[in-house]
Design a protein around this ligand. Structure first.
Ligand code: ADP
Ligand code: MG
Length: 247
């Protein structure tokens, strides 16, 4: 079967810093796949390259068998490939429901805009997804009134408004109250299993990624250091050294 995502020999440098150095990896359609590595190892850069945030210097990126290396963020998003950020990007002054409504492109078209800016099916989907992440009771609060953890859930729900096939999550549990991490993990598993969204997850919390991912890639110094199922990665001496060396 064609993998949903293929990264082939991707290199990206910023001035003299080679953030990604010939990375090759695959994400099959279906599971939750992990991406780990010490700070500065190039994880976020790889996500940025995949979603078209910046051009790559070398290599190619394929989504569902189609080359996307030279496409831009909105084109790639329309194909069903989206990301979330380490720092959330929600509108603090807008209500949760509005944040959801505006996250779908093409709603500001035609005469309908003057009467009611959001088609009823968009509002319905927004309410359904807010319910799914447990924020329905807070739909009329402003984004800025939510806790950081709730803002991350809202951002997740906003990404789901676009019905992605593959969602890249950059440290979804970073900054979240440890008590809430388990429930966030359960939600991520439901997004994967119930909504059928393949997840590619950068995660710093080892317990979380070992529990979530079926297969894990580990980067170090911009290169792929190791890959394998969680139980193998956990005991891989190169991975252990990379993390210990980074402290
Ligand atoms: P990670 O997400 O694994 O912590 P990053 O991909 O953010 O790592 O960073 C990898 C390297 O690339 C770091 O040395 C970082 O300083 C550098 N880098 C990332 N983005 C930029 C940028 N926009 N401009 C210059 N250097 C960058
Ligand atoms: Mg990062």
């Amino acid at each position: 079967m064609t993998p949903i995502l293929e990264v082939q020999d991707v290199t990206k440098a910023f001035g003299g810093v080679i953030a990604n150095d010939g990375i090759t990896l695959k994400v099959p359609q279906g599971p939750i796949i992990g991406l780990i590595g010490p700070n500065g190892s190039g994880k976020t850069t790889l996500f940025n390259s995949i979603v078209g945030y910046h051009p790559i210097d070398r290599g190619s990126i394929w989504f569902e068998g189609r080359e996307i290396s030279r496409l831009r963020v909105p084109q790639i998003a329309r194909l069903g490939l989206l990301r979330t950020f380490q720092q959330t990007r929600i509108y603090g002054k807008m209500r949760c429901l509005e944040n959801m409504q505006i996250s779908v492109p093409h709603v500001h078209e035609g005469l309908r805009t003057m009467l009611s800016p959001y088609p009823p099916e968009v509002t319905e989907r927004a309410e359904g997804l807010l319910e799914f992440v447990g924020l329905y009771p807070k739909r009329h609060l402003r984004g800025g009134e939510l806790s950081f953890g709730q803002q991350k859930l809202l951002e997740l729900a906003m990404a789901l408004m676009n019905q992605p096939k593959l969602l890249l999550l950059d440290e979804p549990t970073a900054g979240i109250n440890p008590v809430l991490i388990n429930s966030l993990m359960e939600r991520l598993k439901r997004i994967n299993a119930d909504l059928g969204v393949t997840l590619f997850v950068i995660e710093h919390n080892m317990r979380v990624i070992m529990n979530l991912a079926q297969h894990i890639y580990c980067l170090a110094h911009g290169q792929l250091l190791a890959e394998g199922p969680p139980e193998e990665i956990q005991t891989d001496q190169q991975v252990i050294d990379a993390y210990l060396g980074a402290r």
